[in-house]
Write a protein of this length. Structure first.
Length: 429
């Protein structure tokens, strides 16, 4: 039995428990009670859900595009036929109808309780359970002809858009964007650390926006004022690390660098999702087919940078040596970027490791702390001499911007005080 089947059976068992509790409390008819009038049950218990301005339990898994109201038609007969024709009802086992399972999904999610109180979910479940049981007992309803396809009730957005607006999809995106770049911010903003406790004492709890897990962090950010859905590019989550809004930690991003790109891409997508601005599949952002990203506290630095690099954006891609092929790997195993400190002739930053999706390397880093093994590596250096990224944050440096490369050998220890260093004067084409 796979995990999905197990989860479904647990949900059905939980649903059966709700039914038993409902029967005991008198909110639902007992199995041996005379059949209720489905039209009356619909009018008294389903229509109020249809007319209510409050969000339904669907919003716990769907940020936009789906609401329980979308599955309800003005009449009980049409609603029954619509749900039946879409396979959402089990006429022989009403308590195991799929629509009830969907309502119960997320019932054990404590974070979701902030969006949908258990009482509201329970009311939805019991209303539909009572109405489905009454309808399934009506021979005329069971034998009613199918509805025309155009009259079936459901979400108005296509399935691709509905899937894109799921909270689990959003979390996966968050993990590969904001969370992957967390090491640029976590020193000050990780809840519970000594440094963060000092800042919380000075500035309040809002400084502790980075939680123990990506899910908890995303939940906090969604409820905070750090994200502006109306103007995502003006979100404090982006403006603060840019130091465009006064930031005690100074400038952590440059317009167009990897951190900025990750945060802004997430923020713009999030804003369009929650405002239901994706009308069709063509309007969705292209799927990220690139490597998986893993933030680290592994640092690299270039010393004695040339005057031409002073205060310029520099990106460094790290390539591992393939001993079997006796060549450098075709794709970088890590990357990072930052502005050169011209006055100190120094560039340094922490690495974001990356690995092809589904690869053994990616699986290993997903299972444990991502790290680079000791060995030979090639640092390929790119310099934004013309400041193109400042003018266009979506721009990417290419071979024309390559300053050259330098080889290093390192065990890649973690920590700011244990950087792997290379002399920038050795960077050659």
């Amino acid at each position: 039995m796979n995990r999905r089947t197990s989860a479904a059976r647990l949900l059905l068992a939980a649903g059966a428990g709700v039914l038993l509790a409902g029967w005991a409390a008198g909110r639902l008819p007992r199995p041996d009670a005379p059949p209720a009038d489905p039209a009356r049950v619909f009018e008294q218990r389903i229509l109020p859900i249809f007319k209510s301005p409050d969000p339904s339990s669907c919003v716990q898994c769907h940020l936009a595009g789906v609401d329980l109201k979308h599955y309800i038609r003005p009449s009980h007969e049409e609603t029954f036929r619509s749900l039946r024709d879409q396979g959402l009802l089990d006429l022989d086992r009403p308590a195991k109808s799929k629509i009830l399972t969907l309502i119960q999904m997320g019932a054990d999610d404590k974070a979701g309780a902030e969006l949908i109180p258990a009482k509201a979910r329970k009311a939805e479940y019991e209303a539909f359970a009572a109405w489905i049981a009454a309808s399934a007992a009506d021979p005329k309803l069971r034998a009613a002809p199918k509805l025309p396809a155009a009259d079936l009730a459901g979400p108005k957005r296509p399935v691709e858009v509905v899937r894109h607006a799921r909270t689990d999809r959003l979390l996966a995106s968050f993990e590969q964007t904001v969370w992957a770049m967390r090491f640029r911010c976590m020193g000050c903003h990780t809840e519970g650390t000594p440094e963060n406790k000092k800042l919380v004492d000075e500035h309040g709890e809002r400084v502790a926006w980075m939680k123990a897990t990506p899910a908890a962090t995303l939940a906090y950010l969604r409820a905070s004022n750090l994200i502006d859905p109306d103007e995502p590019e003006k979100s404090l989550l982006l403006k603060k690390p840019l130091n465009a809004v006064k930031h005690g930690g100074g400038q952590k991003f440059l317009t167009g660098d990897q951190g900025y790109k990750a945060y802004r891409a997430f923020l713009e997508d999030y804003a369009k999702v929650v405002k239901d601005q994706y009308p069709d599949a063509k309007s969705l952002p292209k799927p990220d087919a690139g490597p998986l990203r893993f933030g680290t506290d592994i640092w690299v630095k270039l010393t004695d940078t040339p005057p031409a690099w002073a205060d310029k954006y520099v990106r460094v891609d790290v390539y591992a040596w393939d001993a079997a092929k006796k060549a450098w790997e075709a794709e970088p195993v890590a990357t990072t970027d930052r502005r050169v400190w011209g006055g100190g002739k120094l560039w340094q930053h922490n690495l974001t490791l990356q690995a092809p999706r589904g690869s053994d390397r990616a699986k290993a880093w997903q299972a444990g702390p991502p790290a680079l093994p000791k060995g030979r590596y090639l640092l390929k250096v790119y310099v934004d001499r013309a400041d193109r990224l400042a003018a266009d944050w979506t721009a990417t440096l290419g071979e024309a911007d390559a300053a050259g490369s330098v080889e290093v050998e390192s065990a890649w220890p973690s920590g700011y005080g244990r950087m792997t260093a290379a002399d920038a004067r050795r960077v050659t084409k």
